[in-house]
Design a protein around this ligand. Sequence first.
Ligand SMILES: [Zn+2]
Length: 172
Amino acid sequence: MIPANYTLARGMARKVLKQYKIVEVPTDLQRICEAKGLEYVELDDPEELDGMLLELEDGTRVAMVNKAKSFVRGRFTLAHELGHIFLNHDKRDFYDAEVAREYGEDFPENAKPPKEQEADAFASELLIPMEQLKRFQGDLKSPDKLAGIFQVSRPAMAIAVANFFGSARNFN
Ligand SMILES: [Zn+2]
């Protein structure tokens, strides 16, 4: 199996942010979805998944984030799905609500298939761009506060902060 290409996945997320002129956090997922021809819907249904992409019978593609569930997890799920689209993963992988359920945020990253890891890396960079994180250097010790600012879950922010320190070390 080809290993996950994190550099490619993160680079693609930065390209998307640049292309759609997104320079503020929280990342405006609605703008990205609509630019990509997806209808953006915020659902309020406790019976549904936290976030997903689906294709209706008429071909309309809908991006959904469920407010009734964890909104920040829904945002991550949606950003992950966008990762599959922008990274041109095959279509079977595209509508992976089942996969998302199977490989949730708490699933060990290195145990996921490479494309899932790439979609997660894309989602992480899209929602927590390293460039933006630099602006909040003074708050790196307060992941709760940062999670609120970036509208991501605390675990997602903790991973990004760890990566930030990891890459900062590499440059020093
Ligand atoms: Zn996936």
